[in-house]
Design a protein around this ligand. Structure first.
Ligand code: PHE
Length: 338
């Protein structure tokens, strides 16, 4: 029996050498070590081995089983290694990797987010309103009646039912005050605005504004100036100069245009008109009171300031962009610079 075991081992190891795929290897395992395998069959003969030889035969049996098991393992791992090597054949692992292409936020998105961040820190909450508006929210409530010259100047796109695409985000002032539950109201509203302008390097028929409104019982012009000066210096740097120029808007009194002067790389510092602002006209509060049917915005008791700025303009200044059309053309050569 000892001799038989030796033969099994020798034959087994020799057969293993010639095995070149995993299926044959599994067949081999079944043939030798399986329930009806050669080794198992032989070990059944243990019963008939004389007692004084049992130990020696048992030891040999184990030895052969261990040798075959190890042989199978070894064959399996070298078969797998060969398979791995085959699958990466022709790949040069020393080549540098291809960098992942990362996207970036649009310059307009960036400036909007930055403006919102600063103003929220100052206590302004985000507000919103529809882009398709009633004439009342866009003009009448903002002290701009039908025969008002300012209305003509800003004429926009009208829908057949008389509604229009808002010409400014100031509509959100009205919407916010209409639905406010209590004072103070302190909101900002970024969004699209529409004008019937000829399209050129500085005009589009749709552009982006950021509106602001603060109404309470004791809001002053000093608050307006302090808030906006801080805003522009935070956005464009502490050296930024801010200038308020008297102007006219139907819905604010007094009204101003804001110019800022700042250094942009490669450009001479100059004054740039950037926003409109002013103290909310009492006529606006009156319109809101009438619409609400209460006196929360009693023009005798509340005061407020409002401002509106062009975000496209801000982005253009910040990045030295000379043509507003670049912002909407989606040309990858332009966008990939940011
Ligand atoms: N709505 C004005 C415009 O579009 C800007 C503005 C907003 C002016 C709020 C004063 C107060 O030009």
């Amino acid at each position: 029996m000892l001799a038989e075991l030796d033969t099994i081992r020798t034959e087994g190891i020799a057969t293993l050498e010639g095995i070149s795929d995993e299926t044959s290897l599994e067949n081999f395992r079944v043939n030798y070590l399986g329930k009806k395998g050669r080794l198992t069959t032989v070990s059944a003969g243990m019963r008939d081995v004389p007692p004084d030889q049992k130990a020696a035969v048992g030891a040999k049996l184990n030895e052969v089983r261990t040798a075959l098991t190890a042989g199978i393992e070894q064959r399996l791992s070298s078969l797998q290694a060969a398979k791995d090597a085959e699958s990466v054949k022709g790949i040069d692992v020393t080549l540098p990797g291809r960098p992942a292409r990362s996207g970036a936020l649009h310059p307009l998105t960036r400036i909007r987010d930055r403006a919102i961040q600063t103003l929220r820190r100052m206590g302004f909450a985000l507000a919103d309103g529809p882009e398709i508006e009633t004439e009342w929210h866009c003009f009448d409530a903002l002290n701009t009646p039908a025969d008002h010259p300012a209305r003509n100047e800003k004429d926009t796109f009208y829908l057949p039912d008389g509604r229009l695409l808002r010409t400014h985000t100031s509509t959100v002032q009205i919407r916010t005050m209409e639905s406010a539950k209590a004072l103070p109201v302190r909101i900002i509203a970024p969004g699209a605005a529409y004008r019937r302008d000829e399209i050129d390097a500085t005009h589009l028929s749709v552009f982006n504004q950021l509106e602001g409104l603060y109404v309470a019982t004791d809001v002053s012009l000093a608050d307006l100036k302090g808030t906006l000066e801080y805003f522009f210096q935070d956005t464009f740097g502490p050296q930024t100069q801010v200038r308020f120029r008297p102007h006219f808007f139907p819905f604010t009194e007094p009204s101003f245009e804001i110019d800022i002067k700042l250094e942009v790389k490669g450009q001479e510092a100059r004054w740039i008109e950037i926003a409109g602002c002013g103290m909310v006209d009492p006529a606006v509060f009156e319109a809101v009171c009438k619409s609400r049917g209460d006196k929360l915005f009693d023009p005798e008791k509340v005061t407020g300031f409002a401002f509106g700025m062009g975000l496209d303009r801000l982005a253009m200044i910040l990045h030295g962009i000379t043509d507003i059309r670049h912002l909407i053309e989606n040309d990858a050569r332009f966008l990939s610079q940011f």
